[in-house]
Ligand binder design. Sequence first.
Ligand code: IPE
Ligand code: IPE
Ligand code: MG
Length: 622
Amino acid sequence: MRATTKPTTADLDAALPAQRGRPARRPPTGEDPSLRAAYRLCRHTTRVHDSGIHALIQLMPTVLRPPCWALWAAASVLDDLADQRDAEQAERAARVEAWTQALQRDLTVGTSTDPVRHALVDTALRWRLDLSSLQGAVTSTLDDVRDRRFADWAEWRAWCETLVPWVDQVRHLFEQAGAPMTLRLDRQQDYKRFIDGAQLTDILTDLGADLTQGLLLLPQEALDTYPSAEDDLRQGRWSPATAALIRELTALARQWLTRPAMTTGMHPGAATVLNTAACLMRAQLDAVDGAGPTLLKRAPRPSLATRTRILAPARLRSGLAWSLTPLTAPGPRRPAVTKSDPSRAAEADTALQPPPPHPGGARPPQITLDQMPAHVAVIMDGNGRWAQQHRLPRPEGHRAGTAAAHEMVYGALEIGLRHLTLYAFSTENWKRDTGEITTILEAIRRDLDDGPLRDLDVRQRWLGHPDKLPDELVQALLREERRTRNRTALTLTVCINYGGRDEITRTAAALAQEAHAGDIDPHLIGEDDFARHLPHPDMPDVDLLWRTGNEQRTSNFLPWHATYAELHFTPDHWPDVDRRDLWQAITEYSRRQRRHGAAPLVSPEHHRPPRHVRCDCRSCPP
Ligand code: IPE
Ligand code: IPE
Ligand code: MG
């Protein structure tokens, strides 16, 4: 079960004799002795449960170690609860459930009588972690994996993804501390492969222990490469087929773990942590390769000399890197008082708010569900001309345009739209004057920091490429993406440094990489494969594409998603529109007949305009 929740490496702590006997580093917990003891226990639990992880945490800056111990100790406790062989599956599930429910209660009061939860609650509140994202990972530790079979690598990966939320929590900690473990968006594929490599290393290491429990956590696709290998493994027999299979899998894991570009441009301390993790896991794979038949009896370990060779220079490098970056731990915080969902208590200080009403009291039209677009995309054009019309400098037009963007979000929430995508800055807009570019990007960043969308039930995400964008803006975009990821009413995608051709080119490159690595057969690539490699694979096709500013072109906006979009062009400059214009666009859309290449429908049924209970949009009579 361990492989389902987190990666392990070999017992590396023994490689660090200098560490032994030292008093535990004092976590920044203020004067609360019980909290200090709780963090110490978490550190101990991490070391006992997975001393390789403990060694990696020692490469992190001092302020980040206690929260990492708390997270890892919690993962270990949950793992143990889910794994207890003395209990039936239902009983184990009940124990995990009880622990997580107690955590939710503890989060609302800000403390716990259980030491691991006490440290975890302090970590979550202090570092503003949203622990609700761990729910899926926790649930999957309850799965009974005994009969689990994976047809292919894709199924195996989907199961392994439960690790990602834990890793994301650690990345969030780095970001909060001011040393972001920024993964460039064009390296996301590398990141995913790295996680796969960690999982596969773990599974190969624990092969013997898993087999004694009847578990063989490898995809059928891989097992079938050597026909007798599966039988041999299940019978505990070492054979030429099993040896060849293991060799092939260690080579694959090594390839997945070797992603030098993943840490390019990263803080050198964070890069050292990731690169060392990769080195340790490769050493672990060497040990698996060298184990031969004993692999089926016990977990192999790299030698002490090997571990020391990797960890000693890493300690020096990380120590130097972190000493050059002053980082501080945030102080203790109290939980939010008014949260309807206690699992999200650490997420924000306030409960989610409804959108402010339209100043004139306008209400949205009622559109029947089958006539509502799922996804509206907007080219917000005409800021410059609006400014010119008002004898203002162009930057003023962009500032005024921000209020119109807020209006779109309010209108989308009120009418019940699920996806709204706004074009804010194109890859072609770099051709503009530097001052104007700075104004546009600055306005976006300020809005992310303290704009009025922060407390709405809106999941905010960014589509575009980080190249040339200011680092603070990229960080703010990623932060908001993380902060709002569990919100459900509306998904707002803001396109910044976005170009449709750029998106298609990068997606094609990602597919080419997969084909090159042998993960996908180039002859079988279909539209679905392409769509799965887009930056936001879950983004639905655009139903309605609306452009303001009296231009009738799409300017490199969403070419993949908008192939069948209904087009809507309006003359107003962007700062002059408000939510009623969005409602009007949707109302017009609801009257269109979409065919997607089929023959027209003749039944009069389909020509009847929708009935509105009451509509305040600008085109409908009062
Ligand atoms: C759209 O308004 C905003 C961006 C492209 C960033 P414009 O700045 O293009 O306004 P016009 O088209 O010049 O009036
Ligand atoms: C499109 O507007 C880009 C955005 C709205 C962000 P532009 O004003 O840049 O488009 P063109 O150059 O007139 O086609
Ligand atoms: Mg324009």
